[in-house]
Design a protein around this ligand. Sequence first.
Ligand code: NAD
Length: 512
Amino acid sequence: MTLAKLDLVAEVDKIFADLGVTADQYKGGTLTVRSPITGTEIGKLPEVSADDARAAIDAAHQAFLEWRLVPAPKRGELIRLLGEELRAAKTSLGRLVSIEVGKVTSEGLGEVQEMIDICDFAVGLSRQLYGLTIATERSEHRMMETWHPLGPVGIISAFNFPVAVWSWNAALALVCGNSTIWKPSEKTPLTALATQAIFEKALSRYIADGGKAPQNLSTLLIGGRDIGEILVDHDKVPLVSATGSTRMGREVGPRLAKRFARSILELGGNNAAIVTQTADLDLTLRGVAFSAMGTAGQRCTTLRRLFVHDSVYDALVPRLAKAYQSVTIGSPLQDGNLVGPLIDQAAFDKMQAALEAAKAAGGTVVGGERVLDGEAADAYYVRPAIVEMPDQTGPVRDETFAPILYVIRYQDFDEAIALHNDVPQGLSSSIFTNDIREAEAFVSARGSDCGIANVNIGPSGAEIGGAFGGEKETGGGRESGSDAWRAYMRRATNTVNYGRTLPLAQGVKFDI
Ligand code: NAD
């Protein structure tokens, strides 16, 4: 089916009818949403006012005061039900992700699977919010750590993972005893509305089963940056987890620090892979192609820089260029297409500017041109670009949120690691090698300086079991698996004297 024939409005209406989202929630408002698949308007949402946003945050604080008293495994039961509701809605929510963001079908569904996975993780976690018991120097004393709920958690999310990022934060925050307040990207509020409806279904079932939960446990604030700022500045929000550009993090980080609130910053990446002389080139080709072109280069973990050893450069790079020429581009809803559209014209313009800058810096560009504009003039499909660069200059050092892969030849392994680390961002990285020394060096202290360092898989596509996040201008936050939950709780150290004397620490005497 040609792009012009797709009836995305009807599809959205059907999905929302199934989920119980009413027309007044996404029609007749002021925030226009367009599907990048065709550029067609698919929603006009009412936006929250500043006063209503502040009142909603106060209400979320009241909810926190009650929810923190519900035992953690019972809080986990709510998240178990959320996982069930997400399983039931996987097809429709995945489809909506594809319609609103332009992800190919398997990636839209994959995003919902990620939500289900974090729910499973959080349910187990709800029985494992452990503290330590610590040896004390005082007799007849016990010292321990306890972890307590923190408060309402603000979640600001980006367009490219419009719902998974909410779930990474919300599933953990809720089992940890917090309420949540979500400000989704203004480009993707429809999937947020759908997610909120799914959460409400889980909550109704939880309450019908006898579970105790306050009103306003999970709040959705539809609006732009100004509403995000209200969340960032509100003194009843002790933690804001903000995902988006480094520009956004530079504004949000200092504002939170000013009022001593915590932040989890998940910002831009400029991810690289090193291909050494022993690499399995077939596997490398597949790993690089998915990481660099998947999601049309609009993942924070997209592969953007490729360092290839001189001895394998000519065996790999021409094959890669061929794959770039033949990759299937088109409607993400159609099976077989691997690359969907860019989110909007601004993304396209930034891509073209980066390619011009690369040429000016001595790069040789293949691809990057707009395609399918004859079928849909308001949609921005591009052929992914592969750019051979003489070295790491100009736009190579920046994150351009589009499918551009810069390829650079190297001679020496240490030189490749130095180049790899010589950018301001530090999210994800990989090495393709069969040499155990190189693999181990890459993941060691003298190797990749990123939050994620992989061997023989590309940098994009993380599992929820590991902590996710990056260093340097990527912001330093960690969310999702491992012990990321600790950021959503406050730690108290407790010393209990069960004796009849009062020994002071460090032998201090104070006899009165
Ligand atoms: P963006 O920075 O334009 O917007 C992200 C969110 O921040 C939106 O909800 C926006 O309304 C809000 N926002 C912007 N300025 C704000 C401010 N001053 N105060 C409060 N809120 C503000 O990002 P985007 O274009 O939606 O997403 C793409 C970017 O996100 C890329 O840089 C990508 O690498 C990054 N990203 C990072 C991760 C990660 O985990 N590290 C994941 C996904 C996306």
